[in-house]
Design a protein. Structure first.
Length: 73
């Protein structure tokens, strides 16, 4: 019976080391932005303009990166 108690104590120590919060604030923010873009794109009847995408991402005119248009063949 003594061995069982020792094993239980050891396993609780291992569980404590592995019991850490797995939250990444930057990743959650990125997922939220991506989700907002997906929802907006799926609800839109036309392709979103660069200005609309920038607005959804919370970018204003000066903050907006210059992204080249995709080639359409």
């Amino acid at each position: 019976m003594g061995r069982v108690m020792v094993m239980q104590e050891r396993s609780s120590v291992v569980d404590d080391k592995l019991n850490v919060p797995l939250e990444d604030a930057e990743l959650l923010a990125e997922v939220e932005l991506t989700t907002n873009l997906i929802i907006a794109a799926s609800e839109s009847e036309a392709t979103l303009s660069q200005e609309q995408v920038d607005q959804l991402l919370g970018l204003s005119g000066a903050d907006s990166p210059q992204i080249p248009n995709q080639r359409r063949d």
